[in-house]
Design a protein around this ligand. Structure first.
Ligand code: ZN
Length: 359
């Protein structure tokens, strides 16, 4: 397992920042560091100790899933036990997940241990999580393979008369049958003029001849999300549909060609954006080119104008330009790639040629 490595990296950063302990309770960071997948628990990590506090329901599971951690039954007294331990060991400077910590726990720290100095540990954890190891990449690859297969399947399912919700359900059912443990929460199934909504959720809208159908889907495998978007057209495309599809495809392929180790996120974003801008649709591409992904759908770095992160091997990013025209429709094409030592590995294999659903 790679979790010894993750703990080593965290302790290294703790030392550099003068953090004497780190308190982790978000499900994804808890799982990332310990392996524990129960719904309730918290980690306390110091230079020498790794403790997993959970309750009676999860004691056996925690011991099995988190062998690097000493499992403690908190008996519904989590914050009292944590604060007592910190004070007994005179640990003052504690890292917490400032964005994710429930307010009640933050207030409990202040009430039970007012002398603690609390700092945000999330930037440290975000940075460690940026670099995916072989096991994580294998889960992402499995998830994208499910998306690829679901897309191939849905091409013969889409037809005029069915609804966006039916398409969404069929995609989910298909991926679950392939072994996905879940799907990403914001599946986008948006058709016709609704396809101009970048994150339009499936509705009862009925598919008609001439519609774009934009599908942004993701399977979850061992906690890891994948992200995949393709846009198809029902019946023969109009000249304008062909035009904007070609521009998005060109922008997406140019961005991929510009990706690799040493490349800067903002510069790759600009490669795609400048193509869309030059074609006259700059105002119709209002989101970033992409993002990293893993235990959360959106992780760091982000492929946008103000993110100067330099891409390095092991980082994974989505490449997903789009053009969205209100009242007309929209197109997005999204691949998921892993940065390698000499370029990138595109996990997504589905065709990017515009798929025309026969009617
Ligand atoms: Zn995405």
């Amino acid at each position: 397992m790679n979790r010894e490595n993750r703990l080593r990296k965290l302790r290294h950063e703790m030392k550099a920042k003068g953090l004497e302990a780190v308190f982790v309770q978000s499900p994804e960071n808890r799982y990332y560091l310990s392996g524990f997948r129960g719904s309730s628990g918290a980690l306390l990590i110091t230079e020498t100790d790794a403790l997993l506090y959970t309750d009676f329901r999860y004691l056996d599971q925690a011991a099995e899933e988190a062998p690097l951690f000493e499992v403690v039954n908190h008996q519904q007294n989590l914050m009292t036990m944590i604060c007592t331990r910190l004070q007994d060991e005179t640990l003052r400077h504690v890292g917490i997940e400032l964005d994710k910590l429930p307010t009640a726990q933050y207030l409990a720290f202040n009430r039970l241990a007012p002398t603690l100095e609390l700092s945000n540990v999330e930037p440290i954890l975000d940075r460690i999580r940026m670099y995916k190891d072989a096991e994580e990449i294998a889960y992402l690859r499995q998830g994208i393979a499910m998306c690829d297969q679901a897309f191939a399947h849905i091409l013969s399912y889409i037809k005029p008369g069915i609804t966006e919700k039916e398409i969404g359900l069929e995609l989910e059912f298909f991926m679950r049958k392939l072994g996905a443990e879940g799907i990403k929460a914001n599946h986008v199934i948006a058709s016709g003029e609704r396809s101009s909504l970048p994150h339009g959720q499936a509705t009862d809208r009925v598919i008609r001849v001439g519609d774009f159908v934009k599908m942004d889907i993701g399977a979850r495998v061992m906690g890891y999300y994948s992200d995949f978007t393709r846009t198809v057209v029902v019946g023969q495309p109009s000249a304008k549909q062909l035009e904007i599809y070609q521009i998005v495809k060109e922008a997406q392929e140019a961005a991929l060609a510009a990706i690799g180790p040493g490349k800067v996120c903002s510069e790759v974003d600009e490669v795609a954006r400048s193509i869309i801008r030059a074609a006259g649709y700059g105002d119709c591409f209002g989101h970033s080119l992409g993002h990293s992904i893993g235990l959360a759908v959106h992780e760091k770095p982000t492929m946008r104008h103000n993110d100067q992160t330099v891409l390095e091997p092991g980082m994974v990013i989505t490449v997903e330009p789009g053009i969205y025209i209100k009242g007309f429709g929209g197109v997005r094409i999204e691949d998921l790639v892993v940065i390698t030592a000499d370029g990138y590995d595109n996990l997504t294999t589905a065709t990017k040629e515009l798929q025309v659903i026969p009617v």
